[in-house]
Design a protein around this ligand. Structure first.
Ligand code: PAF
Length: 282
């Protein structure tokens, strides 16, 4: 049966006990409202360690002023049930006061340079400062051996890897594959904001990513591929923030460059902002 912790001392005591017994601890950070995508992270974590801790915390510092912090769905009981069924041992459910004892405004902030300046970082100023700030705290609170993050938040994973290396966290970071609906739509808590019609429409994003990868492989120039993707999304009713091809480190590939690439899209459908990506080789 899963144990839920709302205070730090008992959580630390439990993790210390496991470590004393020589057990390896995996950690899955989440903002709750869990779905099959999150449960696949827990299952991956189970493969990597003896005990799994998942956090459920809607982090105020990573939402912009006009974003959905207030309406972000909070479903702790359903989350606990789902985590239990997925094989999670402990749920870490801190309050905002526990996470930010000096208050959100007076907190120590972690800022990752470079990789945060483009794409999501450019469209959501301050977002990755909030992510790095909360993930560094979560790592200190849980003290896992390994942490599992979804590859759907591709740039977030890059930010976390940078931070872990630079701040020398003794934690292995593992990226887990994107889980998709039958129509190709990447699973996300934000999908529930979509109407049935929008859900069907939203699958266009993954089709567009596949078309971008194919066009690159067919030798089309990157800029043209990006423009076509932008136009295709707009024609399908989206307001795209970006549709781009990047190297795995998110820098821009040179003309004609081959090797590992990632296509990334962020686009709004109605009031909902969706992101997705596809890793491929040219
Ligand atoms: O990916 C998320 O759900 C969040 O950004 C994370 C990593 C839990 C930090 O709040």
């Amino acid at each position: 049966m899963i144990e839920t912790f709302t205070d730090l001392d008992p959580l630390r005591e439990r993790v210390r006990g496991w470590k004393r017994d020589g057990l390896r601890i995996a950690f899955v950070p989440t903002m709750g409202n869990l779905h099959a995508g999150h449960f696949s992270l827990v299952k991956r974590a189970r493969e990597l360690a003896d005990r799994v801790v998942a956090s459920v915390f809607v982090n105020p510092t990573q939402f912009g002023p006009n974003e959905d912090f207030a309406r972000y769905p909070r479903t702790p009981q359903a989350d606990a049930d789902g985590l239990d069924a997925a094989g999670c041992d402990a749920m870490w459910l801190p309050s905002v006061e526990t996470m930010y004892p000096y208050g959100v405004e007076a907190t120590v902030r972690v800022q990752v340079p470079g990789v945060t300046s483009t794409l999501e970082g450019a469209h959501r100023p301050g977002h990755f400062d909030g992510v790095a700030t909360v993930v560094s705290r979560l790592f200190n609170q849980v003290q896992p051996d390994v942490a599992v993050f979804g590859r759907k938040d591709y740039q977030q994973l890059a930010v976390v890897r940078y931070m872990v290396r630079d701040l020398a966290f003794p934690i292995e970071v593992v990226g887990a594959d994107i889980v998709r609906e039958a129509n190709g739509l990447a699973m996300s808590s934000r999908n529930q904001y979509l109407s049935a019609g929008e859900r069907a429409q939203a699958a266009e994003i993954s089709r567009c990513l596949a078309a971008m990868a194919q066009a690159l492989r067919d030798g089309q120039p990157r800029e043209a591929v990006e423009t076509q993707a932008d136009e295709r999304l707009a024609a399908a009713g989206f307001v795209p923030d970006y549709a781009v091809v990047r190297r795995p480190d998110l820098t821009e590939p040179a003309a004609g460059e081959t090797g590992s690439m990632v296509a990334l899209i962020a686009a709004r459908l109605g009031r909902t902002r969706l992101i997705d990506n596809l890793e491929f080789t040219v």
